[in-house]
Design a binder for this molecule. Structure first.
Ligand code: NAD
Ligand code: WQD
Length: 341
């Protein structure tokens, strides 16, 4: 059973390729390597014993995308990760974000429809909820006006898929990720932020290993128990496993509606200071950090109600915060020792 994974050499995509192969799927990756490297395929092969096919091209190129689908006419499902994802950069370069994230999705949908590929799993985000009125946040919560062009691309993408599902022979599942962190236990694949990381955990591990001097904790005057914002951190391997279940659900014709949305979170929130404490405790590393002013645009607190995913997908996040931060640390160490060679 052949699955196309777009963005499959990226962070979440590479972990999903591993889980798909573990379940016996044949995987073809399309990636333009704008935020990843081709040698990830070597590491996927080291983990699973199977080398996925990688085709390097840009999914905003309509002709190349259509040609790809025509050549691979036995694809049963598409898991679409390929996108730009840096919130701050999207504010600086909104058109680059709209073009990349929306044109690639439309090219994929048109190529799927023309080639009778019906099943699309899409990477969405909890960012669509903004600061929810009620916590935990379920899939029924209203979509809030996006805080950034990046967030808006996720909202618009969900709408594009929803409208396409109504008009064509295509089905969609949007998976709304909360905060993916951690790495594969082999430490062969993980997150590879380019330049200075925006996200908390890569910044923590880079500070602990000595690449960054100090972690800045953005505000401790929020209305939360310790004053720092709360998020639902989820292990990337748990997240990857949900994609395998989602694509299987589509292929096996088990969807209840032609467009479905699922939250992928643990249901538990941790504050920034709790994440730092978990990191220090599990790794034995003392972290140099200081409290600074708030970062504009940060929501106070958000965590998932994963009940619907648990019940409908039969999926549940299994790994706790300690395992998440420890695996992120092991990946950081492996990465830096490799770079010294
Ligand atoms: P990533 O940058 O590691 O992976 C994305 C991959 O897509 C990269 O390998 C990149 O080279 C590729 N790509 C980008 N544009 C492309 C194009 N036009 N054509 C071909 N390849 C292209 O990011 P990730 O963290 O693995 O995120 C995967 C998806 O999940 C994205 O859609 C992202 O928006 C979404 N998401 C991520 C998070 C997170 O915190 N990491 C949270 C919610 C949603
Ligand atoms: C987590 C917490 C920061 C860095 C972003 C996107 C979201 C989704 C996931 C894609 C916050 C604090 C962070 C630092 C800090 N991505 N922090 N010092 O902002 O919840 O979500 O990534 O869809 O759309 O917005 O994640 O990891 O950046 O921040 O104190 O150096 O850590 O203030 O409270 P965020 P994050």
């Amino acid at each position: 059973m052949k699955i196309l994974v777009t963005g499959g050499t990226g962070y979440i995509g590479s972990h999903t390729v591993v889980e798909l192969q573990n379940k016996g799927f044949e995987v073809v990756i399309v990636d333009n390597l704008s935020n990843s490297s081709a040698d990830i395929v070597d590491n996927i092969e080291k983990i699973t014993g199977v080398r996925p096919l990688l085709e390097v091209f840009d999914l905003t190129d309509f002709d190349k995308t259509m040609d790809f689908f025509t050549r691979h006419n036995d694809i049963k499902g598409v898991i679409h990760f390929a996108a730009y994802k840096a919130v701050g950069e999207s504010v600086e370069k909104p058109l680059m974000y709209y073009r990349n994230n929306l044109v690639s999705l439309m090219n994929i949908l048109e190529s799927m429809i023309a080639n009778k590929v019906e099943n699309l799993v899409f990477s969405s985000s909890c960012t669509v909820y903004g600061q929810p009125d009620e916590l935990p946040v379920s899939e029924k919560a209203p979509i809030k006006k996006a805080e950034s062009p990046y967030g808006n691309t996720k909202q618009i993408s969900e709408e594009i898929i929803q409208d396409s599902v109504k008009a064509y022979d295509v089905k969609g599942i949007a998976l709304r990720y909360f905060n993916p962190i951690g790495a594969h236990e082999s430490a062969l694949i993980g997150e590879l932020p380019l330049g200075v990381p925006n996200n908390l955990v890569p910044f923590i591990t880079q500070t602990a290993i000595g690449i960054r001097d100090q972690l800045k904790v953005f505000g401790d005057d929020y209305p939360t128990p310790d004053g720092t914002p709360i998020r639902d951190y989820i292990h990337v391997v748990d997240l990857a496993k949900a994609h395998v279940i989602a694509v299987n659900r589509m292929i096996e014709g088990k969807m209840k509606k032609d467009f479905e949305v699922f939250n992928l979170g643990t249901g538990k929130g941790y504050s920034v200071l709790e994440v730092i404490n978990a990191f220090e405790k599990t790794t034995g590393q003392k972290l140099n950090y200081k409290i600074v002013e708030r970062r504009p645009g940060d929501v106070i607190e958000v965590w998932a109600d994963p009940t619907f995913s648990n019940q409908e997908l039969g999926w549940k996040a299994e790994k706790g915060i300690d395992e998440m931060v420890l695996s992120a640390w092991n990946w950081e160490k492996a990465l830096r020792s490799k770079n010294k060679d």
